[in-house]
Design a protein around this ligand. Structure first.
Ligand SMILES: NC(=O)c1ccc[n+]([C@@H]2O[C@H](COP(=O)([O-])OP(=O)(O)OC[C@H]3O[C@@H](n4cnc5c(N)ncnc54)[C@H](O)[C@@H]3O)[C@@H](O)[C@H]2O)c1
Length: 262
């Protein structure tokens, strides 16, 4: 057993900021050759530059995870630059706060397209590549505590994250025979721009009165005594991208400091 990601070629989507950025930097510190992929070209290239400046191996690339051609091009360019692909983190996601009865069809499609269909496409295209490569591979999806509990003003977001858990299980069943491990990470309350947006959404919907009230409320009972930082996801990411997790598949791991015990 070996928990090393040294010289592994790894794509992380949604890595221009937040959790994906920390996962990319952490994997690079551990010796991986990371592809920092994001719909935002500026943050993708800046993150890759920062990782390289710190001595890591990183390349920034643009991707829209809802667009299959964009994802196949991302994988092709990765193989062109790094010679192979060993692991794919389907991490890009968006959040949206709205009271249950106000969620529109457009709200539903926007959130489901990025969070659920994006993971479907990323998983399919990575799996096709791994099968052709013939050496197995690792797929790691970012779900959420909202993939285990439905939160009322985040109903469509929660549905999208339950979908990520389901896709993780279904893909594990589909690709186990090809030695492809498919697992997910379920973060809790992580201090990123996404939570700033969620917090503002609670205020805009009249559910809270002040900035950070929702963030503080959700964080109040975390067993580890604090909300999460993005780099809390690094250890589990290294494990899931390494051979140490070779006998594990179809799992969605809670990495939430002890918020939701399932
Ligand atoms: N922050 C939290 O508390 C929390 C908790 C649980 C799960 N998550 C999940 O973790 C992941 C990362 O969240 P975060 O907090 O870092 O969010 P974030 O908003 O800080 O970062 C998300 C990144 O995804 C990118 N992105 C959005 N749409 C994209 C698309 N179509 N194609 C490619 N990239 C796209 C954005 O440009 C951004 O860089 C998401 O899937 C999110 O749902 C976050």
């Amino acid at each position: 057993m070996n928990n090393s990601v040294k010289d592994r070629s790894i794509i992380i989507t949604g890595a221009g900021q937040g959790i994906g950025q920390s996962i990319a930097a952490g994997l690079a510190r551990a010796g991986a050759h990371v592809i920092v992929a994001d719909i935002n070209a500026d943050t993708a290239s800046k993150t890759a530059e920062d990782i390289s400046a710190a001595g890591g191996k990183a390349i920034g690339m643009t991707v829209d995870v809802t667009n299959r051609q964009s994802v196949t091009e991302l994988i092709a360019k990765t193989v062109e630059k790094n010679g192979k692909l060993d692991a794919m983190f389907n991490n890009a996601g968006i959040a949206h706060v709205k009271k249950f009865n106000d969620i529109t069809e457009d709200d539903w499609h926007r959130v489901m397209d990025v969070n659920a269909m994006g993971v479907l496409i990323g998983t399919q295209e990575a799996a096709k590549h791994f099968i052709a490569q013939g050496k197995g591979g690792k797929i790691i999806n970012t779900a959420s505590i909202a993939g285990k509990q439905g939160y009322e003003p985040l109903a469509h977001y929660s549905a999208s994250k339950f979908a990520v858990v389901a896709l993780t299980q279904a893909a594990a069943r589909a690709f186990g025979k090809h030695k492809i491990n498919v697992n997910a990470i379920c973060p809790g309350v992580v201090a990123t721009d996404m939570w700033k947006l969620i917090d503002k959404g609670f205020v805009d919907e009249g559910l809270t009165e002040r900035d950070n009230e929702a963030f503080d409320g959700f964080s109040a009972d975390i067993l580890m005594g604090r909300p999460s930082r993005p780099d809390d996801m690094v250890g589990v990411s290294i494990f899931l991208a390494s051979s140490g997790s070779d006998y594990m598949t179809g799992q969605s791991l809670m990495v939430d400091g002890g918020m939701v015990l399932v």
